[in-house]
Ligand binder design. Structure first.
Ligand code: PLP
Length: 415
């Protein structure tokens, strides 16, 4: 595949080669990343990228949509079957545009929204002042409880009763605990709010049956398809029939232009893959790996936000190790582990420094790694902290990470 590019553009072919080598040789622990299947990748690199198809299946503004109509219908049908939803819009280019569409389908500029604060694990699109969600809407935020570092639904209920938001948002980018959809629904009902759940991070866990589904409880569910769900980069909206027309109209022509048909077809492949028993097994292993990793890290004196995890990610507060999140991220990079610094609840450091790192198991689990490898990774992390400043020792640890990667080859047929 890279050779086709090399003949035309050697500079970009070199980037593709280097990135393939990096992905193969690094322990990828960014919680929002994963490795798509070759089938998903091949579909993205197909002739469907050439096609304009504004509109929806059967109602397009362009001719020649006969084949892409089939692809989008398959994607929609599979998304609804996979998640038990009434309707699906598979056109959002990303999680952010899925949320933009969702907001604009239900709200007018200036309406009040209540979402989890970014610094407590929420996402920019849940009302942060620099994002459309905070620029266009009156955003207020809930936080996790200081003692438990988890969401206190009683306090959230009180806050919602005071604030009376038009939209209540659940979902997060860095929250290691399971969500209580019964509580969210009853809070939304009590204050007359619309309930949106953004399952971008946990979509693969929901599809695989290892996290409760928000679909029966929410007015609208948004997602990305590229995190735990292991599909192409993109967004997804699930809703009840009664909201479908408004959401479709807001996504196009309201928010987007032409849909990315190659990505939509790849979403269909992803949903098909996620319906298989092997994906349920993947989801179980992803969570089991996170739990083993968390337990091993705690045995080694690392402090986990909320004391553990119920899902695919861990938030490690590294303050007691004498490090900032930024320093820990850099240290991990030196030993062949890719992760990201992350604020922890009530962080004293700036978002550029932070006190934590976020670690995820989706990509390593896709490679086939299991509990033994998680324990080895925890040992490498502990040794890295001890050996900081000792370049030779860090290089030796990087060798151990590379050995793990070699034992679980990635994309063996890609070149
Ligand atoms: N929502 C949540 C909870 C996320 O974690 C993310 C991505 O990090 C998004 C939305 C945005 O997705 P995208 O990067 O595809 O716009």
């Amino acid at each position: 595949m890279h050779d086709v590019v090399r003949r035309v553009d050697p500079e970009i072919a070199a980037v593709l080669d280097a990135e393939l080598a990096r992905q193969r040789d690094q322990l990828e622990m960014i919680a929002s990343e994963n490795f798509t299947s070759p089938a998903v990748m091949a579909t993205m690199g197909s002739t469907l990228t050439n096609k304009y198809a504004e509109g929806y299946p059967g109602k397009r503004y362009y001719g020649g949509c006969v084949n892409v109509d089939v692809a989008e219908s398959l994607a929609r049908d599979r998304a609804t079957a996979l998640f038990g939803a009434e309707r699906a819009n598979v056109q959002p280019h990303s999680g952010a545009t899925a949320n933009l569409t969702a907001f604009l389908s239900f709200l007018k500029p200036g309406d009040k929204v209540l979402g989890l604060s970014l610094s407590h694990g929420g996402h920019l699109t849940h009302g942060h002042p620099v994002n459309f969600s905070g620029l266009l809407f009156q955003a207020v935020h809930y936080e996790v409880d200081q003692a438990t570092e988890t969401i206190n639904y009683d306090r959230l209920r009180e806050q919602a009763k005071q604030e009376r938001p038009k939209l209540l948002i659940g979902g997060a980018s860095a929250y290691p605990r399971a969500w209580d959809f019964v509580a969210l629904r009853s809070i939304a009902d009590e204050v007359g709010a619309i309930l949106l759940f953004d399952m971008a991070h946990i979509a693969g866990l929901v599809a695989g049956g290892v996290h409760a589904s928000p679909v029966p409880f929410c007015d609208i569910v948004t997602s990305t398809t590229h995190k735990t769900l292991r599909g192409p980069r993109g967004g997804l909206i699930l809703c009840k029939q009664e909201h479908f027309a408004a959401i479709n109209k807001m996504n196009f022509p309201g928010v987007q232009g032409g849909p990315l048909m190659h990505v939509i077809a790849a979403k269909a492949v992803c949903f098909h893959e996620a319906m298989q028993e092997s994906f349920r097994d993947y989801a179980r292993r992803m969570v089991a790996n996170a739990q083993v990793l968390g337990a091993s890290l705690m045995e080694r004196g690392f402090r986990l936000v909320s004391g553990g995890t119920d899902n695919h990610l861990l938030l490690v507060n590294v303050t007691n190790k004498g490090l900032t999140g930024k320093e820990m991220e850099e240290l991990l990079e030196k030993v062949g582990i890719t992760a990201n610094k992350n604020t922890v609840p009530f962080d004293q450091q700036s978002p550029f420094v932070t006190s934590g790192v976020r670690l995820g198991t989706p990509a390593l689990t896709t490679r086939g790694m299991g509990p033994d490898q998680m324990r080895e990774i925890a040992a490498i992390m502990e040794s890295a902290v001890t050996a900081r400043g000792d370049d030779a020792a860090l290089a030796a640890l990087k060798g151990r990470s590379s050995e793990l990667c070699r034992a679980f080859p990635l994309y063996p047929d890609l070149a």
